[in-house]
Write a protein that binds this ligand. Sequence first.
Ligand code: ACM
Ligand code: ZN
Length: 425
Amino acid sequence: KRYGQNTLEQLLAIYPNEIPELTINDYPKYAHRGFMIDCSRHFFTVTEIKKQIAVMALLKLNIFHWHLTDDQGWRIAIKKYPLLTEYGAKRLQTRNDKTEVGGYYTQDEIKEIVLFCQTRGIDVIPEIDMPGHFTAACSAYPELLCTRQKVAVAEHFGILPNIACAGRDFTYQFCYDVLNEVCELFPYAYIHIGGDEALKINWLTCPDCLAKMQTENLATPEALETYFLNKMASYLMAKGKKVICWNDGISSDKIDRNIIMHYWKDNAEFTKQAIKAIAKGQKAIVSPFANYYLDYNYGITPLKKTYDYEHCFLEDNVIGLEAPIWSEYINTVNKLERLAYPRLIAVAERAWTNKPDYDSFLTRLDFFNKKLDHLLIAYTPLGEVNPWFLKRLILKLKFYFYSIDKNIIKSFIKVWQYKKKKRLH
Ligand code: ACM
Ligand code: ZN
């Protein structure tokens, strides 16, 4: 009924005077049609989030994936661990700009968003990223860190080594406790536990992690990571939840294949691994970095590149498509909207239709843009979404000059050092 009303409005736009007699037999290609918003790197208010959810409903998207925790801010109130939001929800500055960024959702506000989504046919999937992207949690509870050092909520971006210690009981109990409250707040099937980009350099020398590896007979930090994610997954599955992890964290053969793979890392190595795992029966959500990461500008990812993406996985095991928008360099909702729309409309159509056609899609954009005008959404106009090659080059350079700084380079060096050290072990 909900979608029928949307469709009727679309028909009225085509036949303003009288809709001819017709029968519509339509259903979505995928059960999971998602949009992810990163509310950690920058905080978006309840009102700003609701505005995007209204667009999702218009586009017949049905999954709001809410990235709530990361190195740069913890955004969900947890009753058992109040310091998570007291310390973890605020950073003093971003890349030396001397401007504080803070904010979090109270449990009442979370319930308000969940209800708002519920009335629009949208399920909310919360993401609590672990064991990596955990600096904000560690800043509030330093005993989560292998080194037990006091650290600040991250003020720079990149892959950071402040990950949860996988050797200590406290970490496991902490994560279970947080997940308990999360399961209470989100009455849906799926919980996302991140699992991406965990730089395990501290685990190589932490006595607790090394002891855990010995008692559990785990030869490498990767094996310990698999052990940790399997533990979290089985805890959630015992509560009747389905669990999602980003694909780079779950590439080991020992991972519980009931975990749903969230494919983002789309280089040859990870794609090959994903093809294999999905062919063997693992379920997957598809969010290719090069096509669906909406935080990259239209020079890097033109609309057509998003629309035309074809995945290469066994169709039966793909549960859906999802477009993420990461907010490292998005500090206003206006910027978020300029980047998200119209590319999200393209992903929504690809998640719905069995007969994709880019040119035909363009004819529908007018209708949606008028709707977005009504919702006061700052979408990018059609004339700017597929720039010609020189403009593309300029936009690419602009993005990389703006985003790459010495801290990102330092974080890449750390990843490289980790790989080198690991070989020596
Ligand atoms: C990711 O982009 N780190 C999932
Ligand atoms: Zn440790």
